[in-house]
Design a binder for this molecule. Structure first.
Ligand code: UD1
Ligand code: CA
Length: 464
């Protein structure tokens, strides 16, 4: 039987933030969400989250995000150390089996690593996750005897000169036999440099009890790095993004620069996708085969078909783009924009909650909101749908093969029949019939012999 304790009560003083540390985000998701997501697959009987600073906020978040997990919250107030934190969780633990202890601020630990730790424990061995660091300062050191057996963990502040030279450190994660853990924690004291109840003191107790202690080494440094400061958070973000970029390239995606892409969610790519520098992908994004994304595009919850070309500086959210469409530069596709195949959307064009059928073009400076647009429509520069009357939104229906001239205002609700042509500069408030030219603007007039006014001078008899 497995129980998991996640320590998430600490203040995170060095973040210098009103937000609880475990709710700061990595790749767009709170640190705690990464930890819970990796713990989810372990089949634990319960996941006990120890909260303190910002407890209510942390608990609401976890409950809201993982309603199906067997979450239990215990509060630690005040925070007297990691041993004290786990003491708060004891009443919620089972009587036997394995207790896996994770950190709410170590977001990239992989499920496999946690599983290996729990398996190494198997309810009878104390298993510590360790890593060797070029600069171990600040960490608890793994002290071994002449035979190489682990004897204790010594915290940096309590370590002797010789112990500080040890470069194998404790990562903050362990798996312990639950019954023994309860016994050991009951006899912790805070007789140390920080006057804290150290969880790490249980290692020497296990040795004294004759319980075997093993060190499981982490596969990479990245997965055991914790977040204590904005610098560490940013560093971990880059490492995580690098990992995702490598995975994309392994799948054949061509990135102009793996150091200049940010994926904050899931990005699924077909064959031969190319992504230029500075792009951000949020939520769930899908890119079809042969699609090319220009520099500095931001896509959120979007689905692009095959062979789409997105030119630089586009903002796409909640939209779908059909095969071989051409979009941008500087286009904005908002929620409910559904572009058919071969649609062209040019610079400074905004589309919201509108369907554009195959081959339709809006190439410059235009707005389409709440519109249904047929095939092969040409929508002129500067034209807009006036879809909002100040209280309600109304629809514009544009048939196939319609040409809308430049600078038109389509005052919705309005329908333009198939093949209609709308003269430039028209304000269209009534339906335009199919196949006809509709013009709604003042007629042009020229006045022969007209003279510009000229300034009156004093000798013309003017004056003040
Ligand atoms: C701890 C370990 C150290 C290890 C290091 C790895 C102890 C005594 N030391 O040190 O050996 O090398 O992690 O990063 O365990 N927390 C609480 N309540 C508390 C104190 C801490 O919930 O009263 C939580 C924190 O929010 C954090 C985690 O426990 O998520 C670790 O606490 P932290 O103060 O960062 O431990 P370190 O001193 O870094
Ligand atoms: Ca610390």
């Amino acid at each position: 039987m497995l129980d998991i304790v996640i320590m998430a009560a600490g203040k995170g003083t060095r973040m210098k933030s009103a937000r609880p540390k475990v709710l700061h985000t990595l790749a767009g998701r709170p640190l705690l969400q990464h930890v819970l997501a990796s713990a989810r697959g372990l089949g634990a009987r319960s996941l006990i989250v120890v909260t303190g600073h910002g407890a209510a906020q942390v608990e609401d978040f976890a409950r809201g995000e993982f309603p199906a997990l067997p979450l239990v919250f215990v509060r630690q107030e005040p925070q007297l150390g990691t041993g004290h934190a786990v003491q708060q969780a004891l009443p919620a633990l089972g009587d036997e089996g394995t207790t896996l202890i994770l950190n709410g601020d170590v977001p990239l630990v992989r499920g496999e690593t946690s599983r290996a730790l729990a398996e190494a424990c198997a309810g009878r061995v104390l298993a510590l996750l360790t890593v060797t660091l070029p600069d171990p300062s600040g960490y608890g050191r793994i002290v071994r005897d002449g035979t190489g057996a682990v004897r204790a963990i010594v915290e940096h502040k309590d370590a002797s000169e010789a112990e500080r030279a040890i470069d194998e450190v404790y990562t903050g994660m362990m798996a312990a036999p639950t019954a023994a853990l309860k016994r050991w924690l009951a006899s912790l004291d805070n007789d140390n440099a920080q006057r804290e109840y150290y969880l790490t003191d249980i290692v020497a107790m296990a040795v004294a009890d004759g319980v075997p202690v093993v060190a499981v080494s982490a596969a990479s440094e990245t997965e055991v790095l914790g977040v204590n400061s904005p610098q560490q958070l940013a560093e971990l973000e880059r490492r995580f993004q690098r990992r995702q970029a490598e995975a994309l390239m392994d799948a054949g995606v061509r990135l102009a620069d793996p150091a200049r892409i940010d994926v904050r969610g899931s990005l699924v790519c077909g064959e031969d996708v190319e992504i230029d520098i500075g792009c951000i992908f949020e939520g769930a994004v899908e890119l079809g085969a042969g699609t090319r994304i220009g520099a500095h595009c931001v896509l959120r919850d979007a689905k692009l078909g095959a062979g789409v070309v997105l030119r630089p500086f586009c903002d796409v959210e909640g939209a779908s783009i059909g095969d071989a469409a051409l979009v941008g530069p500087f286009a904005r596709l908002r929620t409910g924009a559904r572009l058919g195949p071969e649609v062209h959307i040019g610079n400074f064009v905004e589309v919201k909650n509108s369907t554009l059928a195959r081959g339709t073009k809006a190439n410059h400076l235009a707005y389409l909101g709440d519109a249904s647009v047929g095939e092969r429509v040409n929508y002129g520069a500067g034209s807009i749908t006036a879809n909002y009357d100040g209280a309600n939104k109304h629809r514009t229906v544009i048939g196939a093969d319609v040409h809308v001239g430049s600078n038109c205002v389509l005052v919705a609700p309005v329908t333009l029949g198939d093949g209609a042509t709308i003269g430039a500069g028209s304000t269209i408030g009534k339906d335009a019939p199919a196949g006809q030219l509709t013009v709604a603007r003042a007629r042009q007039a020229s006045i022969a012999g007209w003279r510009r006014p000229s300034k009156k001078s004093a000798k013309d008899g003017g004056g003040a």
